[in-house]
Design a protein. Structure first.
Lengths: 241, 262
């Protein structure tokens, strides 16, 4: 199911209006995480992050190539992390996504205005996600994009031949973000952190849907039966700087 | 899924205002069931608390619908297990789980009932003859099949938690939606109904996170919730509405745990 440029532009305008309205509420939520009960809960919680089996041999589309998951993503998450550290990692992932979208826009490879508008909107979403996770991370927030993730993405962005190749990269990144937050839901413990993550995961998936539609992918590709954590980004592969 | 015909969608937009007016009763019903505003505390109690008060519920809905009519509206005529009578009977059945597991089982039974409702609603749409765009029909079939898998998944999790599986469309929600289902007259209406049900499902599962005693269920519920949100985005595209309406998903339309299943 594809969407035309005109339709995409119209939808993005509508999204932007709704988005601005919703931020009135989101800002309050973020403030709560910064200084309210949420932060207290985040700071207190700690649990063992269970190692989880990776799916060897699985491949995902990143850029124009199919890359084995094991090359990009860590097979296990066998270390102890508290909620604040996980939130800080999520912040770094979000800020890397912002940087990636900005780099894509600056590359001149995104030539369709509606696609550029969508990329700008999605980047703004990621910026807000980063702020929310940063608030949840408290003193552990870095305010920086994940350097290792950017180092992995940048060469692929540079090598992208055209707009579709850039969109493929974004599509892989959005799905990886959704997978990361599904994985995080199995590691976080505080209600505030869990709820924040659960409010962001679906949005990354929706970004992927839009990108998948623009790319003309089959619906079964951008609407899987179940969300999976197979392509989750892990902090031992992409450590905080 | 084939590309949607642009002309069809232009026509769809042209009819959107008329459709919005036609769908107003549905939205009102949804707001009464799910909304945080617009319902009195007494009304919400009837809707949300275990041991659903049928008379109170019907008063809130403002519609008196016979069980047979509900059954006819959502299919399953040949299968008594999907009937309103059996649904009502099961709705009054307690879970067999106890303690903390009972809470998890109730959430999972509610989720199951939402999935069963989605399966039935898509079947109604498919059988109605109102869905004429092949791409929309294909999407409906795909999404229905995924809801069936989600239902099976939640049923298995319910049983694992020691609860009694719930496989019927949520009787409380179904009863509220019946007038809208019965009034469906075009593809746009079917898609709008599907969209709103998907929104309710996605927001319900988000709201369930951190409510489980068994923390592993947070991942389980969102492995489904994320997919429902993707369904929302696809259907929103068909409706020419924002596919990603906000940076954060909200929970305004979440179905309270236990609605119709305790």
């Amino acid at each position: 199911m594809e969407i035309s440029e005109r339709e995409l532009r119209a939808e993005m305008r509508g999204v932007d209006e709704v988005h601005r309205e919703s931020m009135e509420h989101a800002s309050a939520d973020i403030a709560e995480l910064h200084s309210g009960e949420g932060r207290r809960l985040m700071g207190m919680s700690r649990r063992t992050v269970l190692g989880r089996a990776a799916v060897a041999g699985t491949a995902i589309a990143v850029g124009s190539q199919l890359v084995p998951v094991t090359r990009l993503f860590t097979p296990a998450f066998g270390q102890q992390l508290d909620d604040a550290t996980i939130a800080a990692f999520a912040e770094s992932v979000e800020l890397a996504a912002v940087a990636a979208y900005q780099a894509a826009a600056a590359s001149g490879k995104v030539t369709t205005p509606a696609v550029a508008d969508a990329a700008t909107l999605f980047a703004s979403h990621h910026k807000e996600h980063g702020a929310a996770f940063g608030g949840a991370a408290g003193d552990k927030a870095t305010g920086k994009a994940n350097a290792a993730l950017l180092a992995a993405l940048t060469p692929q962005l540079n090598a992208a031949a055209d707009e579709n190749a850039v969109l493929e990269l974004a599509y892989g990144l959005e799905n990886a973000a959704a997978a990361t937050y599904l994985f995080a839901l199995g590691a976080l413990t505080s209600p505030a952190a869990l709820q924040l993550t659960a409010s962001i995961l679906p949005v990354e998936g929706q970004h992927a849907v839009v990108l998948g539609q623009v790319l003309g992918k089959p619906a079964t590709d951008y609407v899987p039966k179940f969300e999976s954590d197979e392509t989750a980004l892990k902090p031992d592969k992409y450590p905080l700087g | 899924v084939e590309i949607l015909n642009d002309e069809l969608r232009r026509q769809a937009r042209a009819t959107q205002d008329a459709h919005a007016a036609a769908m107003r009763p549905f939205r009102n019903a949804l707001n009464r069931v799910f909304g945080e505003r617009g319902a009195t505390a007494d009304a919400k109690r009837h809707l949300m608390l275990p041991g659903l008060d049928r008379r109170g519920f019907l008063r809130i809905g403002g519609v008196t619908i016979a069980g047979a009519a509900i059954l006819a509206a959502c299919g399953g005529d040949d299968d008594d297990s999907t009937g309103a009578t059996s649904a009502a009977a099961r709705a009054s059945s307690p879970t067999s789980a106890s303690g903390s597991n009972a809470q998890d089982a109730t959430i999972l039974r509610t989720a199951s009932s939402i999935e069963a409702l989605a399966v039935a609603a898509y079947q109604k749409g498919i059988d109605s003859g109102l869905v004429t765009t092949p791409a929309v029909a294909d999407a409906a079939k795909l999404f229905q099949s995924q809801h069936q898998e989600h239902l099976d998944y939640f049923v298995s999790l319910t049983e694992k938690a020691g609860g009694q599986a719930f496989r019927d469309p949520n009787p409380a929600i179904l009863e509220q939606l019946q007038p809208t289902i019965a009034a469906l007259s075009d593809e746009q209406g079917v898609v709008q109904l599907a969209h709103d049900l998907e929104v309710a499902a996605a927001e319900t599962y988000q709201s369930n996170v951190a409510m489980f005693k068994d923390a592993t269920l947070n991942v389980a519920i969102m492995s489904v919730g994320g997919v429902e949100a993707r369904h929302v985005a696809v259907l929103a595209t068909v409706l020419a509405t924002p596919p990603v309406p906000a940076a954060f998903q909200v929970r305004d339309k979440a179905v309270p745990s236990g609605t119709g299943v305790k």
